[in-house]
Each structure stands twice: as C-alpha cells, then as structure tokens.
Design a protein around this ligand. Sequence first.
Ligand SMILES: [Zn+2]
Length: 121
Amino acid sequence: MSKRAYVCRACGGLRRREKVYGRLGTESPDWPRCCARPMEELSFVQAEGATKLRKAERVEWAARGKRVVRERGRWTPARTERARARAAEQRATFAAAERARAPRGKAAAPGRGRRASRPVV
Ligand SMILES: [Zn+2]
C-alpha cells in the first residue's frame, strides 16, 4: 500500500490516492480521473513541489514539465525560466554524481557522508 499524488493537467487539481499497479496503467478503472481524463502521477519530489502552488498555477507548472528545484532543503516548483534552468543543472549534477559513484560500488567515497537526494523528475 503506497500513496501517490496525481495532478490534473486541465484544472490543476491535486489528489492523493493509492498507487495503481498493473499493465493497464491509465486505462485501469482504479486510475484517478479528473476533467474526463486520467490524472498524471507525480514523483515524490514533484508532489512536494506541487502542494506549494494554487490550482491555476499548477496548470501552467504541469504544462511546462513539472520541474522542481531543491532550495534550502525543500523541493520547490520551478516556475520561471531561471528556476527551470537550475532544475536542469541540479539533475545534471546529480546524474554525474551517480555515474561517479556507481562503478566503485560500496567502497565509494567512504569519508563523504553526504548523500544527494534523488531528483526523480
Ligand atoms: Zn481536473
């Protein structure tokens, strides 16, 4: 049992529902719908950002790619070109860190305790 946040691209509505499993995906009768269409499932970081917007703001945010940026320890919706550029930068930095860490396995960087949080965007 696992909850997910879903957003409606048409009206910006946000709902929390059980995650819908199975190959039917958005065709599943369990998939949340709004405005006569399937809602879009958000990642955890997108959900954190989405709650900070009003409905009308979420419509535009969803249309522009649902990007979030890490700011002062919180995921914030990227609503300006500048914020979206920062989001892209953060994703690239994270991806590079992942690549650097992966081949060395568990022996990687023993002295560095900080772990990047995962931007699943
Ligand atoms: Zn709707």
